[in-house]
Ligand binder design. Structure first.
Ligand code: G16
Length: 547
């Protein structure tokens, strides 16, 4: 068995020392913190990606450098497994161990341990594909990552500046190239062609679409949406807003999917752009989340979030499955998290199996794989639709008995191709939503009227140690700090239709509080009172005391 290239690792590791007094954790979506303290992490992730590839017999592993919805000064990195899915969870702890090794010697010893624990044959080839978003800290961090690859002698492919979902797509297409599971051409062009041609087929024969406004969050979604629009030509007229990728401080600032979801209002930059009744959507910083919205005639803002997307898409798919009489063979199910609006869960549960899992696409993705067709969206707009292999085979081989069945089957086939099944993908999801709206002849108002959201509120609380907060029951209840859940329960009882939960964020150094109630004022009050409990319990930053 070959040995670790210790000399190369040592030489390059010394160029990327770990800062003292900093701890790292592979969280909800990889490592994520200030871009200034990530150099050593990136170098080590480069090594880890190579080892993961060797463990999987040279399959290509993806590495994405992004902090997605976080502010511009943050950055992050996450690993993508060969089918385009998130890194296997057992490896998250390996990543955390490597990132926290305090010196080069400790790193080398941790690597030897990892090789033993994970039974890695170092002589196998290592292959990686990597990309970054538009953050200013990206190029330097990518250079550190490349040193990690170099230390391991990995074969690399640089996908440049692109969206997270496109990188996931590349990983899957590279690994399935030339096989019966081929997922498409392993290029940017392959990605845009696959999505756009499926979309064009899906909406063929429908009335022309009115223009859609896309808030690109001043991130990598802007160039991506621009390219996509070329492929769509006239089938979906789009107006791109917040495309200032070179303006310092603009990324995710008062715009983007997270801003819309948290503030439940229009990005200020769209106030003079959006016409009443016009459809609009926001992407986040790496274009893996999507949030729709519109203004009514009184210019009132209406948000169509991940729950609304789930409802729209799942109902459409269920109807198609019914038309082709395959309800028994194609079980459609939905996966949500505790953040799902109670009204959406009620609406969906009356029609479909619904599962609740902890926050993080990786959890939703795995749960959705249990269905023949699994629809998952987090309320924040992160999600996709998964078709099991037998479901896809059936959809492509089933013989329709009537013209209506033939049409419905073709729609299902095109949905399979318009969807990026590897991960949540704002642009692919946008096309899917637009296609369903076209078929239903819905505008924003009709879509919105499927059910009425319960008023809700999200609050962030800055505490001294968010790790003191531990949850159970898909994050709906706190087990630690002891006694806090009982206090929350007492409070919740006082509110009509009240529900609230508290969980530590895995991407920001905060604790998140969610509350909903029958009236907006009550949802706000409940959220702030629970946030106050959290603050009092955990000794939060006085400047940030929730009010
Ligand atoms: C990431 C994850 C999402 C998660 C979000 C917030 O999104 O991929 O699944 O919902 O973080 O997580 P948390 O509440 O733990 O901070 P993104 O778009 O930032 O990559």
């Amino acid at each position: 068995m070959a040995a670790l290239p210790v000399d190369d690792i040592r030489r390059l590791s010394d160029l990327h020392p770990k800062p003292v007094d900093v701890g790292y954790q592979y969280g909800t979506a990889g490592f994520r913190t200030s871009g200034k303290i990530l150099d050593s992490v990136l170098f080590r992730v480069g090594i880890l990606a190579a080892l993961r590839s060797k463990r999987l017999d040279g399959k290509t592993i993806g590495v994405m450098v992004t902090a997605s919805h976080n502010p511009e000064h943050d950055n992050g990195v996450k690993l993508v497994d060969p089918r385009g899915e998130m890194l296997e969870s057992s490896w998250e702890s390996h990543a955390t161990v490597l990132a926290n090794a305090s010196s080069t010697d400790e790193l080398i010893s941790a690597l030897h341990d990892l090789i033993k624990i994970a039974k890695i044959d170092v002589s196998k080839p290592a292959r990686v594909v990597y990309a970054r978003d538009t953050r200013p800290s990206g190029p330097t961090l990518v250079a550190a990552l490349e040193d990690g690859f170099k230390a391991m002698g990995a074969e690399t492919r640089n996908a440049g500046v692109t969206t997270t979902p496109l990188l996931h797509y590349l990983v899957r297409t590279i690994n399935t190239k030339g096989t019966k599971d081929s997922y498409g051409d392993d290029s940017e062009e392959g990605y845009y062609t696959k999505l756009s041609s499926a979309f064009n087929k899906l909406i063929a024969g429908r009335p022309p679409r009115s223009p859609l406004v896309i808030d690109c969050a001043n991130g990598v979604g802007a160039p991506a949406a621009k390219i996509l629009s070329r492929y769509l030509q006239n089938s979906l007229p789009i107006e791109l807003e917040n495309t200032a990728i070179d303006t310092s401080g603009a990324l995710n600032n008062a715009c983007g999917a997270d801003f819309v979801k948290v503030n439940q209002k229009l990005p200020p930059s769209l106030v003079n752009v959006l016409q009443p009744g016009q459809r609009a959507c926001s992407l986040d910083g790496d274009a893996d989340r999507l949030m729709y919205f519109y203004l009514d005639e009184r210019r009132q803002f209406h948000m169509l979030d991940g729950d609304k997307i789930t409802t729209l898409v799942a109902s459409f798919i269920v109807d198609l499955v019914k038309v082709v009489s395959l309800e028994e063979e194609l079980r459609v199910g939905v996966v949500q998290t505790a953040y799902a609006n109670g009204s959406s869960t009620k609406y969906l549960s009356a029609r479909l199996p619904v599962k609740c899992v902890p926050t993080g696409v990786k959890h939703l993705h795995h749960a959705a794989e249990q269905y023949d067709i699994g629809v998952y969206f987090e309320a924040n707009g992160h999600g996709t639709v998964l078709f099991s292999q037998p479901a896809q085979d059936l959809i492509f081989s089933h013989k329709p008995s009537t013209p209506a069945q033939s049409t419905a089957l073709t729609h299902l086939q095109n949905i399979i191709n318009v969807v990026n099944q590897t991960v949540g993908d704002a642009l692919s999801d946008m096309l899917l939503v637009e296609a369903v709206l076209a078929h239903r002849s819905y505008g924003g108002a009709e879509w919105d009227s499927l059910y009425a959201d319960l008023p809700s509120r999200l609050v962030k609380v800055v505490v001294s140690d968010r790790n003191a907060f531990k949850t159970e029951d898909a994050e709906r209840r706190l087990v630690s700090p002891p006694g806090l859940q009982a206090k929350i329960d007492e409070l919740v009882k006082k509110y009509d239709g009240g529900r609230s939960f508290v969980r530590p964020s895995g991407t920001e150094d905060v604790v998140r509080v969610y509350a909903e109630a029958a009236l907006k004022g009550q949802a706000d009050e409940l959220a702030f009172r629970v946030a106050g409990l959290v603050y009092d319990e955990a000794g939060g930053d006085p400047a940030q005391r929730p009010k």
